[in-house]
Design a protein around this ligand. Structure first.
Ligand code: PMP
Length: 290
């Protein structure tokens, strides 16, 4: 079975919810995406903690304990036909018998999860890097919550795709916030720069790993507002997410990132960070076996 819905494991194609579900009507819910390597979830405790934070942020009681979520994930992962997976978790405020914005009374949340093959960038894409466009950050003021209402992200990501790019990098009041589905890191004069977790970005699990690795390896880094000018004159750029890991951005708004003969190619700091990341991930996964 590759899906879970309200206490039952079932094939995804057989899962059914009400059209009055508040996830469907209002985007009233929260979600998580957990990467799984060789059937071992990576940083699951952190993902479940962030799910709790998102649910607290939208005032929705968590229907499952961490152990309950863990059991759901473990069973989906064990029963899948593929070892590397992306497990999606979602909770909505459930389905009432009417359409009313204020919270319904006595309605159970809808609890949904499914697993699918992990789609990571190919070696060729990773070696070449990807393009991005800049766009105004038109989202709401609670971007620290992993809410399922993603219309702004959808529109901006589509704009990127139509420009032949992989990501839309958002700018708010002259500063970088994040990508439509990723956090963004800038390298300038050997220093790794990334914006703070101030409510305008999602506290990325991969963002945290990258900053831990920068500290562990003594790589200079600063968590502070990053201006549009710093973004545009970056020596290197990369994005992070649970499924993309550390992925070089080599072209921004049609201009190569960086200068000189390395311009438009993944830079040395990016490559080093990607190496640290995969080494660390594999080390953690080996420990999970022990
Ligand atoms: N920001 C946004 C808006 C995202 O959707 C994602 C992907 N979930 C991220 C950042 C990266 O977060 P993570 O590293 O936890 O996948």
């Amino acid at each position: 079975m590759n899906a879970y819905l309200n206490g039952e494991f079932l094939p995804l194609a057989a899962a059914r919810i009400s059209p009055l579900d508040r996830g469907f009507l209002f985007g009233d819910g929260a979600y998580e995406v957990i990467p799984v390597y060789s059937r071992r979830p990576f940083r699951i405790a952190e993902h479940l903690r962030r799910l709790q934070d998102s649910l607290d942020g939208i005032r929705l009681a968590n229907p499952l304990s961490p152990a309950g979520w863990q059991a759901v994930v473990e069973r989906l992962v064990a029963e899948a036909d593929f070892p590397d997976q992306s497990v999606y978790l979602q909770v909505t405020r459930g389905a009432d018998d009417k359409r009313e914005q204020a919270f319904p009374v006595g309605v159970s949340p809808t609890v949904f999860a499914f697993t699918s093959p992990l789609v990571a960038p190919s070696d060729a894409v990773r070696a070449a890097g990807v393009g991005a466009i800049t766009v105004p950050d038109i989202r709401w003021a609670k971007c620290d919550l992993k809410a399922i209402s993603l219309l702004a992200n959808v529109l901006l990501r589509q704009q990127a795709v139509e420009a032949g790019c992989a990501e839309a990098i958002m700018l708010r009041e002259g500063c970088l916030t994040e990508g439509a589905a990723s956090n963004i890191f800038v390298v300038k004069a050997g220093v790794i720069l990334t914006p703070p977790q101030d409510g305008h970005i999602l506290p990325g699990i991969t963002y945290d790993v990258v900053l831990e690795l920068a500290a562990r390896h003594g790589a200079p880094h600063e968590i502070r507002p990053v201006s549009e000018d710093e973004l545009r004159t970056a020596d290197e750029l990369w994005m992070t997410s649970s499924t993309k890991e550390v992925l070089a951005i080599v072209n921004l708004d049609g201009q190569p990132v960086g200068r000189g003969e390395r311009a438009g190619r993944p830079g040395p700091v990016t490559q080093r960070m990607h190496h640290w990341y995969t080494t660390f991930r594999d080390e953690v996964m080996r420990h999970a076996d022990a």
